[in-house]
Design a protein. Structure first.
Length: 398
């Protein structure tokens, strides 16, 4: 199948492109390198050094003989987007090309506006491009488990059967997300469902949990194929941060009581879920939603697993939660559909966590320890970050 991976230079986009390529698909990646510019803006770098996209593509060809085409395009540039979709003529489009950090979106007005502008309007351009160029293209879009928030009822896979005053209907599951970033994904979901209902497009919305890990069988082939590994308080996700903090001998930064529960998934399962979704497309007119997570854990439990896996003593720093989120809450999630399609998940264990330690040890000198501390507060949007030379400046958000 011809698969276009948008955001194919990022943490998950790149390993997914390689996984699909190895599965025999013809792959092109598109990226505008916004993720690399956020690093410049924040003054941090991925813990693991990453190569340029052309070097990555060359290394993949060298090892496998497979070509991955690459295009440098911003989804905000509709004309350029239409052109590359016409040129590559994909059968499926995997869409990772969004600003994906909740804290980044909560820094201040500029970053909230940028996030929603970039994500919602980029996806809208893409929907129109698919409708005009080839409505049979299957859109596989990265949503997030955070779209649901933490409702006091079980979380279903995207849709909910409701009986109200004696009548029943099937409605999009009600959303109550926790950041302007997560809200951008909710808005996307509505726009995509509308496009399926109105134009007969076919789409899969993957509501993914928190991803952990850094290596996949494909990225491990050669250092030049490595994907990024973020540790900072803006882009680093919780379990990856805890592993890095443990290796550095820093306390694990648990926000609040740590009893907030989240869905998590191993990076290798992410790439496999993408393959399964692409190879089993939605029907024309269908908007289907899969909850892409493999287990539920509290943040305190994550901290305990990392502590037990660590050979040295690890402290926990119970920080006042900089976010507004429910502390102890109901969290029962249905996540059957990807397993029914064949996903055989990796499960979190001390062994799995320990296997991440050597890579952190190898690059620990690259860590800026100050960047580990959270400095974005949901209650007090501020203006601590200058936008000069950043993705914001490139997007001309005032
Ligand atoms: N947390 C800590 N300590 C830390 C970092 C985070 O206790 O040092 C807590 C947060 O308060 C939160 C949870 O861990 O309750 C998750 O935070 P996170 O930064 O790992 O993840 P989040 O902001 O939710 O976003 C990440 C990805 C995003 C994706 C989302 C999936 O950045 O792209 O959509 O995970 S989900 O969480 O299911 O919405």
């Amino acid at each position: 199948m011809r698969v276009f991976v948008l955001g194919g230079d990022g943490y998950l986009g790149w390993p997914t492109a390689l996984h699909l390529s190895r599965a025999g698909h013809e792959i092109a990646v598109l990226d505008n390198f916004a993720r690399r510019r956020y690093d410049e803006e924040m003054g941090v770098e991925s813990l693991v050094p990453i190569e340029s996209l052309p070097t990555r593509v060359d290394a993949w060809r060298e090892h496998t003989g497979r070509d991955v085409q690459s295009f440098v395009v911003d989804l905000a540039d509709a004309e350029a987007l239409y052109e590359v979709i016409r040129e590559f003529a994909p059968e499926a489009i995997v869409h990772f090309a969004e600003q994906r950090s909740a804290p980044y979106s909560m820094i201040d007005r500029q970053h909230a506006v940028y996030t929603q502008h970039n994500n919602v309007l980029g996806t809208l351009n893409l929907l129109f491009a698919i409708q005009e160029i080839d409505p049979s293209i299957h859109l596989v879009k990265l949503g997030t488990m955070g779209e649901y928030g933490t409702p006091n009822i079980d979380i279903e896979e995207g849709w909910l059967d409701v009986t109200h005053k004696g009548r029943t209907d099937r409605v999009l599951y009600p959303k109550r997300p926790g950041s302007y970033y997560h809200l951008s994904k909710v808005h996307d979901s509505h726009n995509i469902e509308f496009a399926c209902r109105t134009w007969g497009l076919r789409a899969t919305d993957l509501n993914q949990g928190i991803v952990y890990g850094q290596q996949t069988p494909e990225t491990a082939i050669d250092e030049r194929l490595a994907t990024r590994f973020d540790y900072d308080a803006i882009f680093g996700t919780v379990l990856n941060r805890f592993v890095i903090q443990a290796v550095l001998g820093e306390p694990l930064t648990v926000y609040g009581s740590g009893s907030q529960t989240r869905g998590i998934i191993d990076i290798r399962d992410t790439t496999e879920c993408l393959r399964l979704s692409v190879e089993h497309p939605a029907e024309p007119g269908e908007f289907r939603v899969f909850n892409q997570m493999t287990e539920s854990v509290t943040i305190a439990e994550l901290a305990q697993v990392v502590r037990h896996a660590s050979p040295s003593v690890v402290d926990i720093d119970w920080l006042e939660n900089p976010r507004i989120e429910a502390d102890a809450h109901h969290y029962q999630v249905t996540h059957r559909r990807l397993v029914e399609m064949g996903l055989d998940p990796h499960h979190l264990s001390e062994t799995l966590i320990s296997s991440m330690f050597p890579i952190v040890r190898r690059y620990q000198e690259r860590v800026d320890r100050a960047a580990l501390r959270p400095h974005v507060n949901w209650r007090r949007p501020a203006n601590p970050v200058r936008a000069t030379g950043s993705a914001l400046a490139a997007a001309k958000i005032e």
